[in-house]
Design a protein around this ligand. Sequence first.
Ligand SMILES: *Cc1c(COP(=O)(O)O)cnc(C)c1O
Length: 388
Amino acid sequence: MQSFNPPLRTLMGPGPSDVHPRVLAAMARPTIGHLDPAFVGMMDEVKALLQYVFQTRNTLTMPVSAPGSAGMETCFVNLTEPGDKVVVCVNGVFGGRMKENVLRVGGIPVVVENAWGEPVDPNRLEDTLKSHADAKIVAFVHAETSTGARSDAKTLVEIAHRHDCLAIVDAVTSLGGIPVKVDEWGIDAIYSGSQKCLSCAPGLSPVSFNERAIDKIKRRSSPVPSWFLDLTLVMGYWGGSGKRTYHHTAPVNALYGLHEALIMLKEEGLENAWTRHQQNYLALRAGVESLGLEFFVREESRLPQLNTITVPSDVDEARVRQLLLADYNLEIGAGLGSLAGRIFRVGLMGQTSNMKNVLLFVGAFRESIMRSTLAPARNGTTVAKPRA
Ligand SMILES: *Cc1c(COP(=O)(O)O)cnc(C)c1O
């Protein structure tokens, strides 16, 4: 065995996205102690930068030391008590995982089902809350990475509050790519991930909780069922200013990376990053439509950072992805669950969202689709056309 040297890929899948050399360089700097005063100073900056990207003043804003799934779990283990009714809006894979989280902590999930590829229907949420007046929490995914659909977070949070519920929002794919306004929209608990539009290495999950959420945690009658994710303990390390106590060894170098990625986002400006994601989506759309292909999600609900393209019936979907990876070092994603084989998922997240990648993708995709088209054979079965 010898040192591992990964191939140089262009990451246009559903995450991770391309990590900028500045971020990789930051992660290669010397490891110091997680209680070192120099490190603690950097932690404070990470918190301030996260408040900026989340658009919040919440003091409980920090990165959980594990990937986005742990951010999801942090929200549910802290906010849900056994017997709590939680309305979960499901319009894809990640909404389904939220429901699973509610079950694991002894909550009672009430599911608002929506078709995959559609946004969450606010009217359906409202009707569900009317017939479940004892519900305590509403949870939904802002940007459903499994389908490419964007839900109206502001409206869904408003409805939750009108029915005296806290709102838990999954912003793993939305943060940094489209507007996410925690304070303006009144989001009570939110989690994201480092490896999507923040373009950092995978493994960290920024979260933010407002006073209403903290209040519910403080009023718990049972202890938080996870020791590692118990916010009342984690706060001793990440919390306020002054003394930090040991909770777990922070992933020091990973946090250097997040710090650098957030500095880069601040330098660009959040609004400029949103505009860049939108413009590169428009360029991608022009390219995809010029190939005669169709998007899976209706125009008004599309995510600029996660584009789903319907697989034509005569195209071998897995082979297209194989060719892109083998011949162009370009990674895109496959459909999940019921969408397996039916859609391509093309990410334009964070650093990946640039014009050079759009042009690379459109050319490589055209070529790979042509080489993966199935031609009807005489006996009625299909065979792949010979490679050009
Ligand atoms: C990627 C993703 C997650 C999970 O994040 P991991 O970092 O893979 O654990 C959760 N929700 C959504 C919407 C995602 O796209």
